[in-house]
Design a binder for this molecule. Structure first.
Ligand SMILES: [Zn+2]
Length: 395
């Protein structure tokens, strides 16, 4: 058992002591120490959408558009070895642990050129760090890969057999988007896996596929097993129309994954930007849609900045989407957890800040993380049986 003393909590006044027993939070109580907290405790950060196999691959790239970025990524595809991919993914995973991320969902390229190389590289990096970071692998039929093709279905099936727990695709970039979308959903049913799909990453209302996805998910009884990443087009629709779609997403328990940095960076590119390109997060939350944030690409052909810090993404997302409340922002950054609660798994991060707003404002380094009750960090990544020591948060 260990106690973290005198910490601030998001959305609450005062200082608190958090008790951890085994891998659980066993108590949260007002602290006897009334001095101003020096640490904020929050649920561990969760990066719900990344591309670890490409991370840090092209830091100097400045894409002129999403299409330009897709072409640049495609040119490199043949030369990336398993070892290169393992190193990229390991760098992002280690950086994530430093920032206090406890779970990362990474869309991992599966196409006819890459084959299983990206899956193998990411899984190799993941196996070294599993005691400190949960890693969900999406077998991702990327822009060069159509899930309607039999060869691609075989590759996605192989990737799931290797360890991917979800499948994904980019139907808008396939020859017949509607056919490819249905093919992906059919394959998810056949393989009994969840889906995370890059959908409607554009602002063209006439080519939106979100309605087809909702109907296709319900028809296949995939409720609760489908995530939509991007859905930028919702921001370009008439607001009432978008709200009706969000109501239907909520009824089908479809998760909306919003990528603030990438959406702001790539949408409306090619001139002085006029649109935000970010799905209406406030309306989605109001409709009851589970909404999550992710970093998306990190220093690759699609985005030249970032290092996997979800606190940074929360800061940008708060500005872009006008979400103000600490509980809602924590849910967006922390995989749906609005606060630290007694009885839940002790995945939490201490940020050297006096309050939630102070943490968001400065995004300071020097964070202390607990993963299933164990202290973790680049210098203290425990083995699965290793004991780690709790710190006094006020020290
Ligand atoms: Zn993505």
């Amino acid at each position: 058992m260990g106690v973290i003393r005198g910490v601030a909590l998001g959305g609450r006044q005062g200082a608190f002591d958090i008790t951890i027993e085994g891998d659980r939070v066993s108590a949260i109580a007002a602290s006897a120490d009334a001095s101003t907290p020096r640490w904020l405790a929050m649920p561990s950060l969760v990066n719900f959408h990344a591309h670890a196999n490409r991370a840090f691959a092209a830091p100097a790239q400045r894409p002129t558009s999403l299409t330009d970025a897709v072409a640049a990524a495609g040119r490199e595809r043949a030369s990336a070895t398993v070892e290169i991919i393992r190193q990229r993914a390991a760098r992002l995973f280690r950086s994530s642990i430093e920032h206090g991320v406890s779970l990362i969902r990474t869309h991992t390229d599966v196409d006819l050129v890459t084959g299983m190389r990206a899956i193998d590289g990411v899984l190799a990096a993941a196996s070294d760090l599993r005691a400190a970071l949960d890693i969900e692998v999406v077998a991702f039929a990327n822009a060069c890969a159509d899930p309607a093709r039999v060869e691609m279905q075989a590759l996605l099936t192989e990737a799931v057999a290797q360890g991917a727990s979800l499948i994904g695709a980019v139907p808008a970039l396939c020859r017949e988007p509607a056919v490819s979308l249905d093919a992906l959903l059919d394959l998810a049913v056949a393989l009994d896996v969840a889906v995370d799909i890059h959908l409607d990453e554009h602002l063209d209302v006439d080519s939106a596929l979100i309605e087809q996805l909702v109907e296709g998910s319900v028809a296949r009884r995939l409720e609760g097993r489908v995530s939509v990443s991007h859905a930028c087009v919702l921001s370009a629709m008439d607001r009432d129309h978008a709200r009706r779609l969000l109501d239907r997403m909520a009824a089908a328990a479809i998760t909306l994954v919003v990528l603030p940095e990438l959406n702001l960076y790539l949408q409306g590119r090619g001139g002085a930007p006029r649109e935000r390109g970010i799905a209406p997060v406030i309306d989605a939350i109001a409709a009851g849609v589970p909404v999550r944030f992710g970093t998306d690409n990190v220093r690759d052909w699609f985005f030249p900045f970032g290092d996997g810090d979800m606190l940074e993404t929360g800061y940008v997302g708060a500005i872009a989407s006008h979400v103000d409340g600490a509980d809602d922002l924590q849910a967006l950054m922390c995989g749906g957890r609005r606060c630290i609660a007694v009885g839940e798994v002790a995945n939490l991060v201490l940020v050297p800040a006096s309050s939630f707003d102070d943490a968001i404002a400065r995004r300071p380094a020097g964070r202390v993380s607990y993963h299933r009750g164990q202290r973790v960090g680049v210098d203290a990544i425990p083995t699965s049986s290793g004991e780690t020591e709790l710190v006094d948060g006020a020290q």
